[in-house]
Design a protein around this ligand. Structure first.
Ligand code: 3PG
Length: 306
């Protein structure tokens, strides 16, 4: 009997765990749960006899794969799979999948929520400003970026986007202005929201030269990955330009330094973007169904290490 482990340092909502359990057991497989683990050793022990693992931002590296002698598939219940060593997985013939789009609305709603919180001065009682009429730049027009555009339009914002891999016509067809390049997006928008994955190309790419082109009073919001930010350069810029604000859902390594910019910096204590019952159910159940489809029928849709 195939054994499926849910390994989530940051647990799913209980309803999602229940739904995953039902799908796995209905397929005749066994389910195991490892939540809120604090040591890698706990993960290494839990994977020893499993065929499949469902994870979130949990790190699956070569050591974990070597400890999981029967492992055939890892499904990241979510979008970004930079936490899985794809090369190591491919070398061991382990299939890696994600569940694209399943938690996108949750992240997008958080973006607008954080923006209202920011323009209202973190609810400190002082008069703030409104989002209506402001220009929002979306960097990367994937599932999250598209949902951010949809909601921002409801706020009456002017929306622009740039995506190195998405043609301008596709962006314009969604009723969003396509920026010519990344620089133009930063130069022309009041707010820039990051939705790029962490790749060799994007890591540290949000730097002083780029953010420094933003207008007076600009807001940079990051619900993507902390690795895309060049933290020392952003700190340098914020020290020079007292008008720039940085809002993030992924606590920077230099959180203590950013905290010195009082009223201009906010980080959630733990990544909250996909932390809703709906997103957990969407992504968790999709992950469970993908595992069943792969083990029973060899379906490899959503495999990311082909
Ligand atoms: C994702 O890539 O899907 C999001 O960043 C959510 O990550 P999480 O599952 O760790 O909350």
């Amino acid at each position: 009997m195939a054994k499926v482990l849910i390994a989530t340092e940051k647990p799913f909502a209980a309803a999602a765990v229940q739904g995953i359990k039902e799908i796995i057991e209905k397929a005749g497989f066994e389910i195991a749960l490892l939540e809120k683990y604090t040591e890698k050793a706990q993960l290494l022990a839990a994977v020893a006899d499993v065929d499949a693992i469902i994870i979130r931002s949990d790190k699956i590296d070569a050591e974990v794969m070597d400890a999981a002698k029967q492992l055939k598939i890892v499904v990241r219940a979510g979008a970004g799979y930079d936490n899985v060593d794809l090369e190591a997985a491919t070398a061991r013939k382990i299939v890696v999948m994600n569940t694209p789009g399943q938690n996108a609305n949750a992240v997008a709603e958080l973006v607008l929520g954080l923006l209202v919180f920011t323009v209202r001065n973190f609810y400190n009682g002082k008069s703030g400003s409104e989002l209506m009429g402001k220009k929002l730049g979306i960097l990367a027009f994937g599932n999250v970026g598209r949902n951010v555009a949809r909601i921002a339009k409801g706020f009456g914002m002017e929306v622009a986007a740039y995506d190195a891999y998405c043609p301008a016509e596709v962006i314009e067809a969604a009723g969003v202005k396509a920026a010519k390049n990344q620089e133009e997006l930063f130069k022309t928008c009041d707010i820039v929201s990051l939705h790029i994955p962490a790749t060799a190309e994007t890591k540290q790419s949000i730097n002083k030269a780029l953010v420094g082109q933003m207008k007076k009073g600009a807001i940079l919001i990051n619900t993507a990955r902390k690795e895309v930010i060049n933290e020392p350069e952003l700190i340098e810029l914020m020290a020079e330009r007292e008008d720039i604000k940085y809002i993030t859902d992924i606590m920077p390594d230099a959180d203590a330094e950013f905290k010195k910019f009082e009223g201009r910096y906010f980080s959630t204590p733990k990544k909250m973007g996909a932390q809703t019952a709906e997103a957990n159910i969407n992504a968790g159940l999709a992950a469970a169904n993908q595992i069943v489809g792969f083990i029973k029928d060899g379906i490899t849709k959503f495999q990311v290490n082909k």
